[in-house]
Design a protein around this ligand. Structure first.
Ligand SMILES: Nc1ncnc2c1ncn2[C@@H]1O[C@H](COP(=O)(O)OP(=O)(O)OP(=O)(O)O)[C@@H](O)[C@H]1O
Ligand SMILES: [Mg+2]
Length: 313
């Protein structure tokens, strides 16, 4: 056999051997489920990182996505993204690598999505897009543009007395039933923007359709992205939907578009954080969250204090 032929045969065998490796399952370190307490799952058996995404096996052979929200000694506490069902003692818990990511594209315009970035309307399937991490990116403060031009929100009282600037973030704080959602609808309807991102987080499920039908004209609907995670979604899904609203708004902002982003409500976002903290049973978490939010949103905590005082707690 000539040297060249032998070399060719060898390289063919090598490529066959390498190709056959693809069919060999890769060994994976998995944990196992030891306890389910309400929404909180407890797992042991491998090294779980805080905020790591995991897949939990069900009796039907499906996988439920969950996220590590805390740990104690060698026990990791996980919270599912969706409703639980079919879990059993000893179920496999598979840690996943990498941050939570979503694929964002201009196909999102005119669509209603859930906290996972999946369409929940009757439109066509959304395929492809730029993969971005859900983790918030920090911006160099020197690169932030100053707020120097006024934004017409179409409400004369706001334009005249509480003028909002382009690029400014504002909080709308008021008691229940005072008209926050209606005012946000008016702002959505009347503000000039290339893209509108609306997050409906933790509010009533019926309000999602109401908001779209009442406030988005057919023209506005084409440039609007509605991200909905109503109160019946898991707390993690509500938190994820909040992050998604911001990432979607940032994605279009980075393309040089004028983006109007509204979220109803921040209180429900804080409450989702609180639900997780309470499920963990750790007062410490409550204190941390309380400190974090009392610094940013004092009126929310003022409201909570009033409730506490009334009940004499
Ligand atoms: N400017 C207004 N004039 C008259 N009625 C209003 C006005 N704004 C809101 N309302 C009425 O008040 C009710 C409550 O409004 P809305 O749902 O916006 O309150 P909210 O502050 O968002 O409440 P929640 O905190 O419970 O979500 C609605 O039925 C709405 O029709
Ligand atoms: Mg409301």
């Amino acid at each position: 056999m000539s040297k060249a032929l032998a070399h060719e045969l060898l390289s063919e065998r090598m490529s066959e051997a390498i190709a056959s490796l693809d069919s060999v399952p890769i060994a994976r370190v998995t944990g196992r489920l030891i306890k389910v307490n309400g929404l909180m799952l407890q797992a042991v058996g491998c090294r779980f990182k805080l905020e790591q995404r995991c897949l939990v096996e069900t009796a039907e052979g499906d996988m439920i996505e969950a996220q590590v929200v805390g740990f104690e000694h060698n026990v990791a506490f996980l919270m599912p993204i969706r409703r639980l069902g079919g879990l059993f003692a000893g179920a496999k818990v598979i840690p996943l690598e990498g941050d939570s990511t979503v694929q964002i594209s201009s196909q999102w315009l005119g669509r209603v999505l859930n906290g996972q970035g999946e369409a929940i309307d009757d439109g066509p399937e959304i395929k492809g897009g730029e993969r971005v991490s859900l983790e918030p990116k920090s911006i160099n403060p020197l690169k932030r543009r100053p707020v120097d031009s006024p934004l017409d929100v179409g409400v004369r009282a706001i334009n005249g007395l509480l003028t909002i600037g382009k690029g400014q973030r504002i909080g709308l704080m008021a008691g229940s039933g005072v008209g926050k959602s209606v005012l946000m609808g008016m702002i959505t309807k009347n503000t000039e923007a290339d893209v509108i991102v609306v997050g409906l987080i933790g509010e009533r499920g019926r309000e999602v359709r109401e908001f779209i039908e009442r406030n988005l004209t057919p023209d506005a609907r084409k440039k609007a992205i509605v991200i909905a995670a109503p109160a019946d979604e898991s707390p993690l899904m509500r938190l994820r939907a909040t992050l998604l609203c911001h990432r979607a708004a940032e994605y279009f902002r980075d393309q040089g578009k004028d983006v109007l982003m509204l979220m109803d409500s921040l209180t429900r976002y804080a409450m989702a954080q609180r639900e997780i903290a309470l499920s963990l049973g750790e007062r410490l978490h409550l204190v941390v969250i309380r400190r974090r939010y009392s610094a940013c949103y004092p009126s929310y905590w003022k409201e909570r204090e009033m409730v506490k005082t009334k009940k004499g707690a």
